[in-house]
Design a protein around this ligand. Structure first.
Ligand SMILES: CC(C)(COP(=O)(O)OP(=O)(O)OC[C@H]1O[C@@H](n2cnc3c(N)ncnc32)[C@H](O)[C@@H]1OP(=O)(O)O)[C@@H](O)C(=O)NCCC(=O)NCCS
Length: 292
């Protein structure tokens, strides 16, 4: 069974670690986007071994492994982690290995020396909470927290991302594979809740209300998307502000997210996020072939 797991938070890291210890958990990642925030050094000290152990168990051929950090300065422990996971992935026959580092950082430079090249750039956005209230919802659209139907959410994801995120479809090998991969994302056992936007029952947009705590009181969130024919009516803005409101009501003082830079992603999304958020240091996604 192939499986997608993004580990952006300690709670996700626990889920990843469980893959190594829970005999019933799915194994064999064929696409592992492993986001680690080692700026929280205590967290890395506590969970680093579990993350490496789980990555060892889970990495399969064609694995992509992403390590994301906004750590400034201390690169040695990270580089050691990247080195170990890279060697392990190579040993498992990984076709590609991914890593992520702040654009222009010493870590990005060091990865370059290890054969990684920049594939794309990611904008890191942070919102201070509480954010402005969402105001009245756009007319005729119902918004509610819901548990995603993976197939329905995956179909809308393909429709919404096609056109601006074509590199992702190329990376996954076409629309059918993309739909399958999106569906797995929505099936994954993360503590992630969603707000759906529906018109006469039909799903026309959604936003995640966070996949967990990054640091106490600081949540990560997942992208907003809206069906192409329904854009430009304030649905995306309303969804985002509702999601931020939900996070604030859970006690979060900030929310963060990463989205692909406008040239390879959706410029409208970056504009939307920056309307109320601040742009932190951009991140470069680097990749190297496992065969060289
Ligand atoms: C980003 C996205 C969610 C925006 O959704 P949306 O519903 O069009 O968002 P809004 O309507 O709130 O805002 C879009 C634009 O319409 C304008 N707008 C909002 N309400 C409006 C209204 N009533 N009348 C006219 N224009 C309006 C906004 O000012 C905004 O303008 P700008 O882009 O020039 O700044 C949508 O484009 C999308 O799904 N993109 C692809 C998926 C994606 O990349 N998501 C990010 C993943 S990380």
């Amino acid at each position: 069974m192939s499986y997608i797991l993004r580990s952006s938070t300690p709670s996700d890291a626990a889920a990843l670690a469980a893959l190594g210890t829970d005999p019933d958990a799915p194994r064999g990642l064929n696409e592992a986007d492993l986001f680690v925030y080692p700026r929280h050094e205590t967290w890395l000290a506590e969970h680093g071994d579990a993350v490496i152990a789980a990555a060892r168990l889970c990495l399969a051929p064609h694995s992509g492994l992403a390590l994301l950090t906004d750590l400034a300065g201390e690169t040695a422990p990270l580089l050691a982690l990247v080195g170990e996971l890279t060697q392990h992935a190579l040993g498992q026959g990984a076709a590609t290995i991914q890593a992520a580092a702040p654009t222009g950082s010493a870590l990005a430079d060091a990865l370059g020396e290890h054969g990684f090249t920049v594939q794309r750039r990611v904008v890191h956005i942070r919102w201070r909470l509480p954010s402005p209230p969402p105001g009245d919802p756009p007319l005729g659209i119902a918004f509610a927290e819901e548990i995603p139907d993976p197939e329905e959410y995956a179909r809308l994801s393909v429709a919404a991302y096609r056109g601006s995120w074509d590199w992702l479809f190329d990376h996954w090998g076409g629309d059918i594979a993309a739909r399958r991969n999106f569906a797995r994302l929505f099936e994954s056992p993360r503590d992630e809740r969603f707000i759906g936007a529906r018109q006469q029952g039909e799903l026309i947009g959604f936003v995640s209300t966070g996949s967990g705590e990054v640091v106490p009181g600081d949540f990560s969130t997942f992208g907003v998307l809206v069906r192409p024919a329904m854009r430009g009516q304030g649905i995306g803005s309303y969804l985002l502000l509702r999601a931020l409101q939900v996070l604030a009501s859970r006690g979060a003082t900030a929310a963060e997210m990463h989205t692909t830079a406008p040239s390879q992603g959706d410029p409208a999304a970056v504009r939307l996020y920056l309307r109320h958020g601040e742009r932190k240091e951009d991140v470069a996604i680097l990749r190297r072939s496992g065969h060289s």
